[in-house]
Design a protein around this ligand. Structure first.
Ligand SMILES: C[S@@+](CC[C@H](N)C(=O)[O-])C[C@H]1O[C@@H](n2cnc3c(N)ncnc32)[C@H](O)[C@@H]1O
Length: 362
């Protein structure tokens, strides 16, 4: 537990985690499969990136024509402004460009753009990107990057975890479409949960278990080295407001009676579904043990969100902290002090309260 806390604290300060190409490809394919025109004639912005090194820029530049993108913009954050310092490496792309400026290279962000007009020969590619220094350091909160946000239709990135709430808020200020990576725990932030509950933000396609592997710049905090690259596993998932197929597939579930007899979880077969002491709801400790014929409130694990289909269940609220707030919890509190779900006086884990949507739509 102590080690986990320490790791979380380190990760909170270090934002330098670089996403793998395969992870981006796997996730984006889910949206293309669902709607091949999802990026067609769209302005796609990749903020908080490092375009020369980033797989986001590479992936979108390589697929620019296939996706029918209108304009791709990516921006980087100046080396000097980063929380976590590591040896600065100027790319050949930058140092060999006529616009290279050694006065600006560490203190200014950069902007890279790709449009159909940039095309030189053959298929549009990463070599067709045009770039210049930004006026400022590339902070997503700056007026110049905000103007790019306003121009964009879809925002895609792995943003700094240390500014996560602010980043999501920044997207929602202008109601943009988005696909972003985030720490799994952020679903318990009240601002993020409110968006989930309102069906304005949901889980991407990639499964939640196992987290994501990133290239890390902190050589003192590595989980493994692959082909000479330092890698770190972070419990991250994708969040979006773009449609994908999994979100519309109903979870395949058994009735309550069948679960009590045949559930693969001994706990369900032996203890059944217990009621909370402090909420009028039953505890369902595993998503695959949600009974498909129970019409009252159920408390389910946070990881239910990975499988959530808004046509099958309604999210009422979440209980993750000791203080009770109806806006977040969504159902009446029947206890006295601790608002975390209790069973026989003992705390259970954080729970999301859901209700099945029945045939008549309730
Ligand atoms: C998690 S990394 C991801 C980088 C890249 N998007 C990727 O996934 O490969 C987040 C990046 O945001 C940058 N960053 C930190 N604070 C920022 C800010 N206020 N504005 C813009 N970028 C920032 C960090 O320096 C880091 O490079």
């Amino acid at each position: 537990m102590k080690i986990a806390k320490l790791n979380n604290a380190k990760i909170a300060k270090n934002d330098e985690f670089y996403t793998q190409y395969e992870d981006i490809q796997k996730e984006i394919n889910a949206y293309i499969e669902y709607n091949p025109d999802v990026f067609k004639n769209k302005v796609v912005l990749l903020p908080c990136d490092d375009p020369e090194w980033s797989n986001f820029t590479k992936f979108f530049a390589q697929n620019f024509e296939r996706f029918g993108i209108k304009k791709l913009i990516s921006t980087s954050y100046a080396m000097e402004s980063k929380n976590f310092k590591y040896p600065y490496q100027i790319s050949l792309f930058e140092s060999e460009s006529p616009q290279f400026d050694k006065e600006k290279t560490e203190t200014h962000g950069k902007i890279f753009t790709l449009t159909r007009e940039n095309k030189r020969a053959g298929k549009i590619n990463i070599d067709d990107l045009e770039w210049s220094y930004l006026e400022g350091d590339g902070d997503f909160r700056s007026d110049e990057v905000k103007a790019l946000r306003d121009e964009a239709d879809i925002i895609v990135t792995n943003p700094p975890f240390s500014l996560y709430r602010e980043f999501i808020n920044w997207i929602f200020e202008k109601q943009k479409q988005f696909l972003v990576i985030g720490n799994k725990n952020c679903v318990t932030y009240k601002e993020i949960f409110a968006l989930i509950k309102a069906n304005k933000l949901w889980s991407g396609k990639t499964e939640w278990s196992g987290g994501l592997w990133f290239e890390t710049k902190d050589s003192n905090d590595i989980d493994k080295v692959i082909n000479g690259i330092n890698m770190k596993n972070v419990s991250s998932v994708w969040f979006t407001n773009l449609e994908h197929g999994r979100r519309h597939q109903p979870l395949q579930l058994m009735s309550m009676a069948d679960n009590l007899k045949y559930s693969k979880h001994k706990e369900i077969r032996e203890n059944g579904y217990q009621k909370y002491d402090n909420y009028d709801a039953i505890n369902v400790p595993y998503t695959d043990a949600i009974p498909n014929d129970y019409n009252e409130v159920m408390g389910v694990p946070i990881s239910f969100l990975e499988k959530y289909n808004p046509n099958q269940f309604k999210i009422l609220g979440m209980s993750a902290s000791a203080g009770y707030n109806y806006e977040i919890v969504g159902i009446p509190f029947l206890g006295e002090k601790d608002a975390r779900p209790l069973i026989n006086g003992k705390n259970t884990f954080a729970r999301i309260f859901i209700k099945r949507i029945t045939e008549n739509g309730n």
